[in-house]
Design a protein around this ligand. Structure first.
Ligand code: CA
Length: 392
């Protein structure tokens, strides 16, 4: 090899390998122009400071909820949501969570998100019925969807798009964030045999279910969670519903009412929500929006799983340790309530065009999944019913 060629190759190799030391090592006094040129290039290269790496922008958000502090699955689910978002985003999006009343009143959550007081909130859509009547269909509908059905509607049946449309005028973007599963019918101080037993009955039961009880002749009493037990114990209330065995056990209702009725026809799969202020959400880079959406979906699954597991265990405790009298509503009574629920829903749907639109879409999808459910979930549960029949 010619010396000139050798030097050239050695110089290039050095540049592409470890740099100056190797290059100096291969040269000698009076190196060729090529090597001098390579040395210059290398020097120029090493003089340049490395381009600064842009630090990703971080966001500090606030979330307000409708729930009392530490309420299992509901408030703890909101806290879990915030933690998971922070972890998934590598700390770029931090959300500080405030329980109901800590920053805004529980029923002020929607407005706080809507006007941008906070960036996000968590609750259930039926709380906003006074302001947004159509919102009720996205939380719980008497004799409506169970958890599986409402999730199918949201994610695969156009339900979430409709929900976004209903909240859009308020500057709010909704996402499903949890589901209670089928709730219990409630705690009653007397037996419920026919629809007439609702006449004069004072019951704590919110939302559309309450309107059905009103139609049946009952009096709906709305009380904060902390006052329900005492009112039931003193007979100010004849009955109350709450959630399911896990939460009902915690409230101690078994000490105040003799009969625990099922199923919770009024809340067959109540959806919990997280909602974002539109400008706050849209100001985020796409990947953080995806993280919020994905963690909301994950929390939805986690929440339903917690309810299923916790309710199963708590039901056993109520029966075996507290001798609760578990009773199924008679079929004829359920059938009467169902007819009244249909009337209530039509009346509510007439309140505005959005409610009518949502109600019609809801009914259409319910018929679609209902027919399938009758030969899938329902048929399967009937087959195994004897195996899991409650032993009392
Ligand atoms: Ca309830």
């Amino acid at each position: 090899m010619e010396r000139r060629d050798f030097l050239k190759k050695a110089g290039v190799a050095a540049l592409t390998a470890t740099g100056t030391a190797a290059l100096v090592g291969c040269g000698e006094k009076g190196d060729s122009k090529e090597v001098e040129s390579l040395k210059k290039q290398l020097a120029d290269c090493t003089k340049k400071a490395p381009a600064p790496v842009a630090k990703p922008k971080t966001y500090q958000w606030k979330m307000v909820t409708t729930w009392p502090p530490n309420l299992p699955v509901l408030q703890t689910g909101a806290v879990r949501f915030a933690k998971r978002v922070e972890e998934a985003s590598g700390g770029r999006l931090k959300i500080q969570v405030f329980a109901g009343g800590e920053l805004v009143p529980p029923l002020g959550v929607f407005d706080a998100v809507s006007d941008g007081t906070v960036e996000c909130g968590s609750g259930a859509a039926y709380y906003w019925a006074g302001k947004v009547p159509a919102a009720q269909w996205f939380a719980a509908v008497p004799f409506g969807f169970n958890a599986q059905g409402i999730n199918a509607w949201f994610y695969s049946g156009g339900g979430l798009e409709l929900w976004e449309e209903v909240y859009a005028p308020f500057n709010v973007i909704p996402r499903p964030q949890g589901n209670t599963g089928v709730q219990m019918g409630g705690w009653f101080r007397k037996e419920m045999n026919t629809i007439d037993d609702y006449k004069g009955l004072k019951m704590r039961i919110p939302g559309l279910g309450g309107k059905v009880i009103g139609k049946a002749g009952g009096t709906v009493v709305l009380l904060p969670g902390g006052e329900i037990f005492t009112s039931l114990e003193r007979g100010v209330l004849d009955a109350t519903e709450w959630v399911g065995p896990m939460h009902d056990l915690r409230m101690g209702f078994y000490k105040a009412a003799k009969y625990y009725y099922y199923p919770g026809w009024h809340e067959p799969g109540t959806c919990l929500e997280v909602m974002f202020n539109k400008q706050a959400y849209e100001s985020l880079p796409k990947e953080l929006q995806v993280i919020l959406d994905a963690v909301a979906m994950e929390t939805n699954l986690w929440s339903l799983s917690e309810f299923e597991a916790g309710n199963g265990a708590a039901l056993q405790t109520l029966i075996t340790e507290h001798n609760v009298n578990l009773v199924r509503f008679p079929d004829a009574l359920l059938s009467d309530l169902r007819k009244m629920a249909d009337e209530v829903l039509e009346e509510e749907a007439d309140k505005d065009t959005a409610s009518r639109k949502v109600h019609e879409a809801f009914k259409k999808f319910k018929a679609q999944v209902g027919v399938w459910g009758s030969v899938s979930e329902n048929a399967y549960y009937n087959v195994i019913a004897d195996k899991y029949k409650l032993k009392m």
